[in-house]
Write a protein that binds this ligand. Structure first.
Ligand SMILES: Nc1ncnc2c1ncn2[C@@H]1O[C@H](COP(=O)(O)OP(=O)(O)OP(=O)(O)O)[C@@H](O)[C@H]1O
Ligand SMILES: [Mg+2]
Length: 351
């Protein structure tokens, strides 16, 4: 186990700066998830921690030791890639033991470490097969097995589940959570999947264009985002942003209704999560919604609709309202859960 500290870390390719003066503390034994739009620098950051990519500026420390110049092996990290990168001509056993053979361990040591990894990942019956004879989920386990045998201080995962179908993703996600509990190692994980981020992370790091927008527990980011970008990025379906005007002790929504608020007259955006709408009359600012589509998930349902302002909304309706496309219905907003943002995206906390 080890902590990882990034201090003013930057990465440039020629004149293109893709990571800019990034600071981050990753606690010993924690599970940290990087999320952010495509191209924001998640893989680059992971590869710099792994030692696969030089750090242009700043300092990387693992367990208190500066590692900028250290070889990947010396860093005590192991990386699991999205595309598995298994050797097709080797058996599962040989694939998992490969790095140990390279490191010169004895046959007995290799066999025992491979056996432990195979048991942990429940792939013992597959050891004699080649990757071509495995399912996607089994291949992914082998790729994780290759990391486990190295007994790393820090595991780095770059979208390890994104090639798997939905059902397998869910079961592998649970497997990874169990693995983290069992090994207690520091894990850093990149994903595009909201649910993976929310369920696996002790800490989520939201990145945009090479910078950290906000880092915190899943609940902190969900309940208390620092800005419009994080508010819109965390949560699925995403938060609704309704245009309004602040003045005279309220925010008047363009779509009708008003929420109590103080502050000087200004255009604002009111953020409301799908689950923070209520029956008309039960909250503040009733708004009329014309239903476009109802997505019924069994236990709950999402109403996709349009407001009189032309804005689109997604509303979670726990009740079976019997709605269909074209219907118009009013919903209220829970005023204590609404968040306010400036049109430039800053969170307005004092209104
Ligand atoms: N070798 C390279 N030379 C120049 N630019 C690069 C190189 N590798 C990556 N980049 C650029 O660096 C930026 C960050 O890339 P990176 O792969 O880290 O993004 P990412 O957040 O992992 O995206 P994705 O979610 O699509 O995997 C991108 O703009 C990319 O085009
Ligand atoms: Mg990437």
């Amino acid at each position: 186990m080890a902590n990882v500290a990034l201090s003013e870390v930057s990465k440039s390719y020629g004149s293109l700066e893709v990571i800019e003066g990034l600071n981050l503390q990753i606690e010993d034994g924690s599970f940290t998830v990087f999320v952010g739009p495509s191209g924001c620098g998640k893989s680059t950051l992971l590869r710099m921690i792994a030692g696969l990519e030089p750090i242009t500026k700043g300092t990387l420390q693992i367990d208190g030791k500066t590692m900028n110049q250290a070889d990947p092996i010396e860093r005590g990290v192991a990386m699991v890639f999205q595309n598995y990168a298994l050797y097709p001509h080797m058996t599962v056993e040989q694939n998992i033991g490969f790095s140990l053979r390279m490191a010169g361990l004895t046959k007995d040591e290799i066999a025992s470490r491979v056996a432990v990894a195979a048991k942990t990942l429940q792939i013992e019956p597959l050891l004699k097969r080649k990757p071509g004879q495995l399912s996607g989920g089994q291949r992914q386990r082998v790729a994780i097995g290759r990391a486990i045998v190295r007994d790393p201080e820090v595991f780095l995962f770059d979208e390890p589940l994104s090639n798997l179908d939905a059902e397998l993703r869910v079961s592998m996600r649970v497997e990874i959570a169990k693995l983290h509990n069992q090994l207690g190692s520091t894990m850093i994980y990149v994903t595009h999947d909201q649910t993976e981020a929310m369920t696996l992370a002790d800490k989520i790091v939201v990145m945009r264009a090479g910078k950290i927008e906000q880092a915190g527990t899943p609940e902190e980011l969900y309940d208390n985002p620092d800005n419009l970008f994080v508010a819109g990025f965390i949560g699925s379906p995403r938060m609704n942003f309704l245009r309004g005007t602040l003045g005279g002790g309220q925010v008047k929504l363009e779509s009708g209704g008003a929420l109590p608020a103080t502050g000087t007259e200004d255009k604002v955006l009111v953020g409301v999560r799908p689950e923070h709408f209520v029956e008309a009359g039960q909250g503040a600012a009733d708004i009329a919604v014309t239903v476009d589509v109802v997505e019924n998930l069994g236990g709950t349902r999402f109403v996709y609709g349009t407001l009189s302002s032309g804005e689109s909304v997604v509303i979670e309706a726990r009740e079976r309202l019997g709605l269909k496309a074209g219907d118009t219905i009013s919903f209220g907003i829970r005023p204590e859960r609404a968040m306010f943002f400036s049109t430039s995206g800053t969170r307005l906390r004092n209104i």
